[in-house]
Design a protein around this ligand. Sequence first.
Ligand SMILES: [Ca+2]
Ligand SMILES: [Ca+2]
Length: 230
Amino acid sequence: MARKHVERGFLWIVACALSGYGCMVEGEFLEDLVPSGPDLGVSALETRCGDSLRQGKEACDDGNTAPGDGCDTACEVEICWTCEEVLPGARSTCGPQCDAAAGQSCVMGACVSCSDGVRNGYETDVDCGGSCAPCTQGLACGKEGDCATGFCSGGVCCNEACGAACIRCDLEGSVGICAYVPENETHEDRACGGGVSVCDGKGACKNVATQACTKGIECLSGKCLGGVCQ
Ligand SMILES: [Ca+2]
Ligand SMILES: [Ca+2]
């Protein structure tokens, strides 16, 4: 029975040695192993972060436990860094993940550039806005500074401020140009106010039939009868 324990225990130790994650040996097997099993140097399998040997669960080991150099205090590779070893298990050498000389910067672990033809990083449109050069008129923006025109309205770079009800810069067919919201349509971003008023197609808000009025000009129909738009 003891022999069987030794064999099972031995195989188990080999398996966990190969795994590189260290072992927990139960008392029953340990007793059998100590006198008759080979010395596998279990203690040598212990990993220690900062010992210049990348072992076990360590993603890197650059010979120190200081963070900020690509390999952190727990021997994890830090974001926006990459680490490698000349030989498996050797000391790690870490460097920036992205190629700064090629205009790349690292944003949340991704290499981005203002000239890669992709909207990435903090760009508001492809290769512009955010930390890149301002976007041209008609391209997407999040704030005035994202636009070469200096105006960001409705999420696009606009030719002018375009900041009132019934005018908008993101209308299909005229993106980037401040234009009148079509007649009888509403402007959901900037309500006309006073209930369900609609735009007149000329940049003004008007009331529709059954809404209250005092003059015809307040009504989309132009007719105000008995205090009610017709
Ligand atoms: Ca380090
Ligand atoms: Ca880009």
